[in-house]
Ligand binder design. Structure first.
Ligand code: ATP
Ligand code: MG
Length: 524
């Protein structure tokens, strides 16, 4: 597959990728806290922490193969916790700080964890788990009650050997975002990590040892494992993070001040930055690689970043279940609006519902060959959901796209989000992309709304930019705009102005919720 070897050696621990740099005094991480203070740590000092944490886990009865639920914020200790768990051959079950008790309970019960690692600021959330006495408990600062401290002073200077795991031993059980239903526990082995680093670091993110990489994903999401953790530290680069909250102007200021060379963010963050006021005040001379993943990337963002910062924002498509599958890779000619081409080493195709390849420019399912090394093993304890995704030799992603004559992929939408109106099949993304091009639209989501005549009609939920006034005139203006940019039959017959859109905790638009709202008898 594309001449790149993504198959890991039989005995392989993912942590070795980062251990290569463990003795260097190169800066591994640089961060700004919410008070605006800058700190940094070298690879060597980070690794001293890793040894210390690994020692503490082992000393408290954690053994090879045990699963640990980890809930940590963006902070330096999170990197050390992840590395220490992999180092001793254990399995990470990541949990985002945005999770509710119910979400946490679901993950902990579902993945049979032996222990919990939680930052001190979350200990109250875990009180019922602590009381149960069923888990080994670890926190970061001082020991509190039943919680063991990983930073226990007595073990500074500890040295722990890395466990020689097999490449098909479990490394992560990562839960999906839950955009469409209950999150699925995606099982990834050490060999997945091997394939992942080789897929994305150089060909898409374009990271070298000399870079300062800011990948904004938060710990607990697979994207954090993808970019800030594995791709950045596995390349020996300097990772940057910001402990404060997202704000477009703050982000633009930090990009400039800290000479970020590689930036990886979400379409939502890009959209908000692109619509920031006084964009021309910001200069980003160091930025040379900017990528986006997680949701469809709007053309408007690409044009704005090019105009103001002379940088091409390159799209990338992938899932918790795999790695980056399709991307506007660093060396290809971009086609604005297309996600790009399959990443090296992964066999990605468009197939029909029976798993047969479809022709050029025909919309079908994005599918990955089941032998692709960067594909997950299965959903944990969920054979029926695993089997439901396989057709013949392909894993079906649940997303739809078409491939053009040059081999570029064009996203159509999630299979569940496709709208069938008067016999036409309409992907919501194209309409959303057209709407966001309008200066008064901040963001929007397009779903099917039941209609007695047409079965369904296209409905757009629209959040306006500040100082825009809504009303019938604007509705007509937006409808005409979509007709012009796409095709007349695709225009949203219904438009509703809203203050915000329902999103997952990771910030993805939940069209499933809007669709359900439209199905209620009282909705129009
Ligand atoms: P769940 O599977 O629980 O419903 P989810 O699919 O949102 O949640 P993730 O694995 O975090 O969970 O997200 C992967 C999905 O995000 C893809 O299947 C696709 O729908 C969407 N996605 C990711 N990148 C892109 C992109 N560049 N363009 C369009 N969609 C994207
Ligand atoms: Mg999914």
């Amino acid at each position: 597959m594309n001449g790149i070897n993504l198959v890991a050696p039989k005995v392989y621990n993912l942590v070795w990728e980062i251990e290569k740099f463990a003795t260097t005094s190169k800066v591994a991480l640089k961060w700004v806290n919410s008070n605006g203070e800058t700190h940094s740590i070298t690879y060597k000092d980070l690794y001293n922490k890793v040894h210390q944490y690994a020692f503490s886990f082992k000393n408290n009865g954690i053994e090879k193969g045990d699963k640990l639920f980890v809930m940590m914020p963006r902070c330096v200790e999170t990197y050390a916790v992840y590395l220490a768990i992999l180092k001793i051959g254990c399995v990470i079950v990541p949990g985002s700080e945005m999770l509710t008790i119910k979400d946490i309970q679901y993950r902990i019960d579902h993945s049979d964890v032996k222990g919990i690692v939680a930052h001190n600021q979350y200990l109250d959330t875990f009180s019922s788990f602590a009381k149960s006495g069923n888990y080994k408990l670890f926190t970061i600062n001082e020991q509190t009650g039943v919680w063991n401290s990983l930073n226990d002073q007595a073990i500074i200077g500890a040295h722990v050997l890395t466990v020689e795991t097999k490449s098909d031993d479990l490394a992560f059980i990562s839960y999906t975002s839950g955009t469409t239903g209950n999150p699925k526990g995606v099982v990834h082995t050490h060999s997945w990590g091997y394939a992942h680093i080789r897929t994305i670091a150089s060909s898409w993110l374009d990271v070298t040892e000399d870079d300062v990489v800011w990948a904004t994903a938060g710990p607990g999401w697979q994207k954090w494992i993808w970019s800030p953790f594995l791709a950045t530290l596995g390349s020996g680069a300097t990772g940057f993070f910001y402990e404060g909250k997202f704000d477009p102007e703050t982000f633009l200021t930090l990009l400039n001040k800290h000479n970020i060379t590689v930036f990886c963010s979400t379409p939502t963050e890009y959209r908000f930055m692109a619509k920031a006021e006084n964009l021309d005040q910001f200069k980003l001379p160091s930025l040379r690689s900017a990528v986006s993943a997680g949701e469809p990337l709007n053309q408007e963002v690409i044009h704005t970043f090019k105009k103001y910062f002379q940088v091409d924002v390159r799209d990338g498509y992938g899932q918790t279940e795999n790695t980056l599958l399709i991307g506007t890779l660093k060396d290809i000619k971009a086609k604005v609006g297309s996600m790009g081409v399959p990443t090296p080493g992964n066999l990605v195709e468009i197939v029909d519902d029976d798993g047969n390849l479809v022709g050029t420019n025909t919309v079908g399912n994005i599918a990955v060959h089941i032998n692709s090394p960067a594909l997950f093993k299965h959903y944990y304890n969920d054979a029926s959901r695993t089997n439901a995704q396989i057709r013949g030799n392909y894993y079906i992603t649940g997303d739809r796209a078409k491939k053009d004559e040059d081999g570029y992929y064009w996203f159509d939408g999630r299979s569940d989000d496709i709208i069938i109106s008067a016999g036409y099949t309409i992907g919501p993304f194209e309409i959303e992309d057209a709407l966001v091009q309008h200066k008064m639209v901040k963001e929007c989501a397009v779903v099917a709304s039941p209609d007695p005549l047409r079965g369904n009609v296209v409905k757009a939920f629209v959040v306006l930019t500040e100082n825009s006034s809504n009303g019938d005139e604007l509705i007509i203006e937006l409808q005409e705009h979509v007709k012009k940019v796409t095709a007349p039959y695709k225009y949203p017959r219904k438009i509703e102005f809203v203050h915000e859109l329902p999103k997952t905790t990771s910030g993805k638009i939940r069209r499933v919720e809007l669709r359900a709202r439209e199905q209620m008898p009282e909705s129009k």
